[in-house]
Design a protein around this ligand. Structure first.
Ligand SMILES: O=C1O[C@H](COP(=O)(O)O)[C@@H](O)[C@H](O)[C@H]1O
Length: 236
């Protein structure tokens, strides 16, 4: 597991954006299937990407997928798609046909099946699971990642690509990329920032499979952590 630690959140956001652009530039013929997380953490990176690095990004070679979605309409402030659209996708010249959103307004169980099929149809499949080029993950203070919360460990070993689930704290319905396609990705990158995330970062780096984020970090093929200094505060 490689760690990249920066003094501030904006420097972390910039470094990760430049890292993604470098990965794209290293393979100039390749189309990248990238699954993006939502929540509050990637907002700064989306903003930085749109405002500082749009003109050096090969947008036509990025296929945008989602790691998870809250089951709300896209206009709702809770929508992971809505947040990324507002800050990044509506601002940059990415072809509309490269964007594959989870329809949070649909019936969750049906949408999990529809989106799983769409992913299987568009991505290479190995080990009976799709292979994303990059899965960009966040982590909650409670150790959740994607929308796999502590107590929902069955989602880590599910044979479905996406499953309908819920946030046990709010009861909100969710659709989540499960553990096996995360582990099967070419590369998993965590973006974790803020002092309230210091415990989950230390679990990921220094303990066992104590929660969903730690589990996928320990089992994925290649893992990189992009952290700000506050999130890395408890690392030795
Ligand atoms: O609910 C979610 O939580 C995680 C972490 O979000 P953050 O707000 O603590 O950054 C996120 O990765 C996931 O996509 C999101 O739906």
């Amino acid at each position: 597991m490689k760690r990249f630690i920066y003094p501030s959140s904006i420097e972390t956001a910039r470094a990760l954006t430049l890292h993604l652009i470098k990965l794209l530039n290293d393979e100039p013929e390749k189309v990248f299937h990238i699954a993006f997380s939502g929540g509050s953490t990637p907002a700064l990176m989306f903003d930085v990407w749109a405002n500082e690095y749009s003109n050096i990004t090969p947008w036509e070679r990025i296929k945008v997928w989602w790691v998870d979605e809250r089951c709300v309409r896209p206009e709702n402030s809770e929508s992971n798609y809505g947040m990324m659209r507002m800050l990044l996708l509506d601002v940059v010249p990415i072809p509309h046909s490269n964007i594959f959103r989870i329809m949070g307004e649909n019936k969750p169980a049906d949408e999990a099946v529809r989106y799983s099929h769409l992913v299987r149809k568009n991505l290479p499949v190995e080990n009976d699971m799709p292979v994303f080029d990059i899965v960009l993950l966040g982590a909650g203070n409670d150790g959740h990642t994607s929308s796999i919360f502590p107590g929902q460990e069955h989602l880590l070993t599910s044979s479905e690509v996406y499953e309908a689930t819920y946030n046990p704290n709010s009861g909100q319905s969710r659709i989540a990329l499960t553990g096996q396609p995360i582990i099967n990705a070419e590369k998993v990158i965590f973006l974790i920032m803020g002092k309230e995330k210091a415990d989950v970062v230390s679990e990921i780096c220094m303990s066992g499979d104590t929660g969903p984020a730690a589990y996928v970090a320990h089992h994925a093929r290649e893992v990189e952590l992009f952290l700000d200094q506050s999130a890395a505060a408890k690392l030795k």
